[in-house]
Design a protein around this ligand. Sequence first.
Ligand code: SF4
Length: 290
Amino acid sequence: MTLGRRPLVIELAGVYGFCPGVRRAVEMVEKHLREQGPLSTLGAIVHNTQVVERLRAQGAAVTSSVEEVRTPAVAITAHGAGPAIYEAIRRRGLVLVDTTCPIVKRAQESARGLAAAGFTVLIYGETAHPEVQGLLAWTGGQGYATMSPAEVPAPKEGRLAVISQTTKEREAFWEFALAVAGQHKSRLFELSVVDTICPETGRRYRAAADLAQRVQAVFVVGSRNSANTRKLAEVVRSTGVVTHFIESAEEIAPAWVRGLQTVGVTAGASTPNEAVEAVVQRLKRLGGQP
Ligand code: SF4
């Protein structure tokens, strides 16, 4: 009698893939394309090559500035934009599809309100990231972005507010805010710390770390240009489990699953379900599942 090998068990993370903000943005763009025709997006609507290509085929061009727009409508991405962009869109008479995530909108309102109240607004985040550029713009020149407490200049008039890029880790943000406060305590008259962090990315990190405890290898699906997917892969790798960061199912080498009994799959907040489903199907084929 020949004993067949046991098929590979594939487990998905408890939370993975598109976050509500990205799903909403993609749906708003798709609805506009369907009902009103072509538009341009100011930057990629989502950091995922497959989704951007699919939308491009339906009539969504990607541009880097309002001046370059050659369609009647323009979409602001879920990362949001500063007031000058809204003004440029208005001046050109373009139809605006504003897909700014409501959580980013709240962070922008904090940035604007705190600056208007006379605070120097310190943003914990990556200066070059489009969301941080938008937040800075809403401070009207009263803002500064960094992730290093040593770089923070002395706040003007002793009033400092600290907010965060929405996708940062909560613990690291509070450590940063407390370090800055300690550093400038002799000059501070008023300190305001506003937690503008979105819970969605943290939920994906925790679910992926949890999954990593139960399987022999984890496949992290998403574009390499997605910061949150890269971070997700880092979180998984830091648990010590074998980690494969892949953009598509075709990248999976048969040797990666040979001899394994359990594998896990997770995906960043910008990865569509189709990409995850394609990975699961390929793993099933390679693992001998019907
Ligand atoms: S990660 Fe959070 S803040 Fe960013 S788009 Fe998704 S829901 Fe919005």
